[in-house]
Design a protein. Structure first.
Length: 450
């Protein structure tokens, strides 16, 4: 009996230590079993307390009265499947007549407390079937991406959602995106994860980094073109517009619109072309969009209008030509000048890290998900990398990208440097990958000579 007591104490102590230091290990070792039992035992009473039950059918009531039997109890949604995951439980429910997915979503906080879970979210799988995802611990506190994530053409995993699922950046579904974040909010780490996910794919990366290239130029071996100033960016964007026109001419000549070709084979974008004719898709990363929109002189204003016009053209017409935009910035508002709101309207994907003002949050989510604005400005400063991600459908999620150092991103880009395609239209902007030159101090900083 003493040995059993000692063993029990050791197991409880080990479980407590794992829950404190390694919550993912605790969940896989102990938490998933306890949570599944807790859900199954409490399910009926919890659903009744949360108002998620419906009266029995009339024929059941009539049959009970006719046979002098007890009146049937209220019926909760039927459990169709309970599946454990590495971060929680997935409960698939079949709704009763008169119930709706919004009823489950509205009761998510009460379900979280009743089942002693960390988080509960609900989504409709199909008519009458709801998937409830419950997380057993804070998966965003220490992000651990799954060892194997689903990848396909132009779709890369970049972060983890609060419900434990992987957040993907799918360029085929959402061609253009806007990413905002204040200084030290984790925006650069998110961008590194994006580049790291795109590096192994057959895609051309084009970067515009007006901070003299300190963010993107270390990754230069995987970039087909880079610009480190607004003047160079204007010329680079003109080259991209010219490439877009050439791709459209190629699509037009290869549409195969004849009476003997099925409609499914008629080409309308680069993905309908044969593999041997398909141009390489291009992802354009703009590190700080405000630097492209600010001006102080008449000449800079003309350059600014030229840049914004090119960005709007690429956002409106670039998808079919395989040109996708990733616009990043600390601040994004109407004070950046004409054309900014037109550009924002074409950026379907929205990601906002911690922001310093509500106006930027409104520019990110005010037109698609107003309830996400408050969530974006409430991100604490100590949780770097935490962000709100949404799209034009109105849905939004809390996400957090795993920490990727600049050295890790550079090593990955160097590993896949052989995949960097040469774009003839952007050949003058191909970065050189030689050794860094020694910085020469300016004349003002030079000491006076005798």
């Amino acid at each position: 009996m003493t040995a059993f007591t000692v063993a029990l104490v050791l197991v409880v102590a080990a479980a407590g230590l794992l829950r404190w230091r390694r919550p993912a290990w605790y969940w896989l070792a102990f938490g998933v079993t306890l949570a599944a039992l807790r859900v199954l035992v409490r399910y009926r009473s919890v659903m009744d307390a949360c108002g998620l039950t419906v009266p029995p059918a009339r024929w059941r009531l009539s049959l009970a009265r006719a046979t002098n039997r007890p009146i049937p109890e209220l019926r909760p949604p039927r459990i169709r499947r309970l599946r454990p995951t590495r971060t929680g439980l997935v409960l698939r429910l079949k709704l009763r007549p008169g119930q709706d997915v919004f009823d489950i979503a509205a009761a998510s906080d009460r379900l979280r407390h009743s089942f002693s879970m960390f988080g509960v979210t609900a989504r409709e799988v199909r008519s009458g079937v709801v998937e409830v995802r419950m997380t057993g611990y804070d998966v965003l506190k220490r992000v651990q991406m799954p060892a194997e994530a689903e990848t396909r053409a132009m779709r890369v995993p970049v972060a983890l959602r609060e419900d434990g699922s992987v957040h993907y950046r799918d360029y085929r579904a959402i061609p253009h995106a806007l990413t905002l974040g204040a200084t030290e909010s984790g925006k650069s780490v998110y961008q590194r994860n994006l580049v790291a996910g795109l590096a192994p794919l057959d895609v051309a990366l084009v970067g515009i980094d007006c901070k003299q290239g300190v963010e993107l130029f270390p990754l230069a071996r995987r970039f087909s073109a880079l610009a480190d100033s607004p003047d160079t960016a204007a010329e680079l964007l003109d080259g991209l517009v010219a490439r877009m026109a050439d791709v459209y001419r190629l699509i037009r000549t290869q549409q195969r619109i004849t009476v003997d070709v099925p409609d499914a084979e008629i080409a309308a974008d680069i993905w309908d072309l044969p593999d041997e004719l398909r141009p390489t898709p291009v992802v354009v990363l703009v590190d700080e969009v405000a630097e492209l929109a600010l001006y102080a002189t008449k000449e800079e204003e003309k350059r600014r209008d030229r840049i914004i016009t090119a960005l709007v053209r690429l956002a409106q017409l670039g998808r079919a030509a395989g040109i996708y935009l990733e616009i990043c910035g600390q601040r994004f508002g109407s004070e950046l000048g004409k054309g900014i709101t037109m550009l924002r309207a074409q950026l379907t994907g929205r990601t906002a890290h911690r922001l310093n003002d509500e106006t930027s949050a409104n520019m990110a989510f005010g037109d698609i998900a107003p309830d996400a604005v408050l969530a974006a400005i409430q991100i604490p400063a100590e949780l770097r990398g935490l962000a709100i991600a949404g799209d034009a459908s109105g849905g939004w999620h809390r996400i957090r990208a795993p920490h990727t150092s600049l050295r890790q991103a550079v090593n990955l880009c160097n590993r896949y440097a052989d995949r960097t395609p040469d774009l003839p239209e952007l050949a003058p902007f191909r970065p050189t990958t030689g050794t860094a030159t020694e910085l020469v101090p300016s004349a003002k900083a030079s000491p006076a000579t005798a």
